[in-house]
Ligand binder design. Structure first.
Ligand code: ZN
Ligand code: ZN
Length: 667
């Protein structure tokens, strides 16, 4: 929408407002994702609105939102965009430029304004990086995206390469010569990442240099604004601990480490520490902004004030100083001579450079908030239990709906996904999904990070398996559940594999382990039944999950990769073994669990922990080969299903309740 036209319609709707400001608000609001409570922002910024004007503004915002996606993703423009970028490289006198997928927060998602890789290449995957030289360019993706990249990207402009088998370092060595200059935007590379790049460039005699402004931003004329979404307090009835108490805990650790300040760059850390939630990104209630905690337990927070709900000002109190994002740089410089902690794995080189310039003493370690954030308090665990019952009811309604509709042949991946979402949306405290639903029929179920599209959409056919991995964000908790169901009659092989996966799931769910045990020590339990059949799966078994925060959080995990982080009571983690037969079907059974201390048996010498399962939804019994289960495994399944019924029955009615009773009847 042209600015003049937009200003004209806004002026007609809001004659009292500053036109330019109102247009910017709408543009920025459109750069934030759609969400259940998003209209609160416009209501707050334009308080006099009548409902018809409000609806008109919402329509404009929707229109702008659609425009943003078509601006960002326009593969047909890649050639022209690449030419413009190369002209900037020439102007800057550099021979190469690197375009990572991430933004300056280095998280799993980035707002539209930071989707530079997508803008340039048309690649829509969740991991990747491009390198552009004067007459060559390449895009590096992992095994999940080697086919997708061929379909999405003009390969005459960008050579697709496998990120680990044909890494960027080798490509740079092949195509750059000594004496040339490779440029980066230091905001988009962490200190660790920059060190690795430096190693590569040094070995080939290339100079690595930082450009003061991203070269793409210079040529991206209609670049979207930073997202504008409301920042709201996360009430103590959900967080279970005041921000003051959390800040005091972190300040005490700083004092212990004789460190003056710590810089928080992770949005979920900032949200946890200050008990706030935003809506800048899809599926995660983040408000993007940096923060600095000082040894006196005060915090400097860098976020646009316009985003704050009136209740937030009071909520922040006088120990948290709110600054405009542009003031961050000045704040870094004012740390001159201080001892400052950063995490080199997630902190931009730009921030490190400022600290070095200010002659601050840098201490490198993982953010002090990570472990306390991962270790949920009793109120957060209780909130998660409640959220899971609501979520389980939505999943049960969906599974019942599927049992009626899928065998008739009227359901496909996209319609199933939409139906499941609609059941969740009606739940109390629902805000958003916690990630893009993986709705995979038949062979698509074997693609671990599958996302159904119009092009890939498959009908659910008799004799196939359907895998659905999904979750939601509720004010009181984040959920993540996978169920695999048989459509019609499953094959003997499908039943065998499903039962092996279930055995692994039960082994982990019932594990009892001494204090100090890490997730990597437990990983084998979930795989052993598959291993003994000569099978395995190529993903981790469990990831940490936040409390109305990120669905993937550290530092704990359950995987083959070594982990030094012991599991402690209060941690929430997934239990998700699977089995995938390429081109045929996929199986995964995922519940979230929380670590809890076990009662000490007579004569016990060690404190022991186990898991409490939080997720409640039926597991498809038609896929179970009963004679492969031991008596205690059957007992676990029956008691799990008994609990599923107890918890979900009050939430469902009529035919769904009848179905639930049958789906949870003892094996
Ligand atoms: Zn999942
Ligand atoms: Zn998961």
């Amino acid at each position: 929408m042209e600015t003049a036209k937009l200003e004209h319609s806004v002026a007609a709707l809001l004659p009292q407002q500053d036109k330019e400001e109102a247009v910017n608000i709408l543009r920025a609001a459109a750069a934030a994702p759609a969400r259940a409570d998003e209209n609160m922002l416009l209501e707050q910024l334009f308080p006099e609105l009548d409902s018809s004007t409000a609806q008109e503004l919402e329509k404009i915002r929707e229109k702008l939102r659609k425009e943003i996606s078509s601006i960002v993703l326009n593969p047909g423009a890649s050639k022209e965009r690449l030419q413009k970028l190369r002209a900037e490289m020439t102007a800057e006198q550099v021979d190469g430029f690197i375009i990572p997928l991430n933004d300056e927060f280095h998280g799993e998602a980035a707002p539209a304004a930071a989707e530079r890789l997508k803008w340039l290449t048309g690649f829509t995957g969740s991991a990747g990086v491009a390198a552009v030289l004067k007459d060559k360019a390449a895009i590096f993706v992992d095994g999940r995206y080697t086919l997708q990249v061929q379909n999405e990207v003009d390969t005459s402009l960008f050579t697709p390469r496998h990120v680990s088998e044909e890494p960027m370092s080798a490509w740079l060595a092949e195509n750059m010569s000594a004496g040339e200059t490779l440029a980066v935007d230091p905001w988009l590379h962490t200190e660790n990442n920059m060190a690795a790049l430096k190693k590569t460039t040094t070995s080939i005699g290339v100079e690595l240099t930082s450009v003061p402004e991203n070269l793409i931003d210079r040529v991206w004329e209609d670049r979207p604004l930073a997202p504008l979404a409301l920042v709201q307090p996360q009430e103590e009835r959900f967080s279970g601990e005041s921000s003051a108490s959390k800040r005091n805990r972190i300040a005490a650790k700083l004092a212990e480490k004789k460190t003056d300040a710590i810089i928080h760059t992770l949005p979920d850390v900032v949200a946890w520490l200050l008990n706030l939630r935003g809506a800048d990104l899809p599926c995660t209630p983040f408000a993007l902004g940096f923060a600095i905690t000082h040894q006196d337990a005060t915090v400097d927070l860098f976020m646009d004030e316009i985003k704050f709900a009136p209740t937030m000002r009071e909520h922040l109190g006088n120990m948290i100083r709110l600054h405009a994002p542009e003031e961050f740089e000045q704040a870094l410089q004012s740390l001159s001579g201080k001892k400052v902690q950063i995490d080199p794995a997630v902190t931009s080189q730009y921030i490190v450079d400022q600290l070095i310039k200010a002659k601050a003493e840098i201490s490198r370690a993982e953010d002090l908030c990570l472990l306390p954030k991962a270790t949920k308090n009793a109120i957060e665990v209780e909130g998660s239990r409640r959220a899971h019952i609501r979520d389980g009811a939505a999943v049960a309604k969906f599974l019942h709906w599927m049992s009626v509709n899928a065998p008739v042949g009227t359901v496909d991946e996209l319609s199933a996904e939409a139906k499941l979402r609609s059941f969740r949306e009606s739940g109390e405290n629902f805000r958003d999904l916690s990630f893009n639903t993986i709705s995979g029929a038949g062979p698509n179920g074997a693609i671990v990070h599958y996302r159904a599209s119009e092009a890939s959409n498959r009908p659910l056919e008799p004799g196939s398996l359907y895998l659905v991995d999904s979750g939601a964000q509720y004010l009181d908790g984040t959920t993540d559940i996978t169920r695999t169901i048989a459509i019609g009659e499953p094959s003997a092989e499908m039943r065998n594999r499903f039962t092996l996966v279930l055995k692994g799931h039960i082994a982990l769910a019932t594990a009892i382990f001494p204090k100090g045990t890490t997730g990597s020590q437990l990983d084998t339990l979930a795989r052993a039944p598959l291993w003994s059949a000569g099978l395995d799966y190529d993903h981790g078994t469990g990831h940490g999950v936040g409390s109305y925060l990120s669905v993937h959080e550290g530092p704990q995990r359950i995987s083959k990769a070594p982990s030094a982080v012991a599991l402690v009571p209060g941690m929430i983690i997934s239990n998700e073994p699977g089995y995938y037969k390429t081109g045929a079907y996929g199986i995964r059974i995922e519940n979230l669990v929380t670590v809890q201390e076990r009662p000490q048996p007579e004569g016990a010498e060690r404190v022991t922990y186990g898991f409490e399962t939080l997720t409640f939804a039926p597991i498809d019994k038609t896929l179970i080969e009963k004679n492969l289960l031991t008596d205690s495994e059957i007992a676990w399944l029956n008691s799990y299903h008994f609990e599923v019924r107890e918890k979900l029955e009050p939430q469902v009615e009529g035919e769904t309740a009848d179905w639930l009773r049958q789906a949870t009847a003892p094996l």
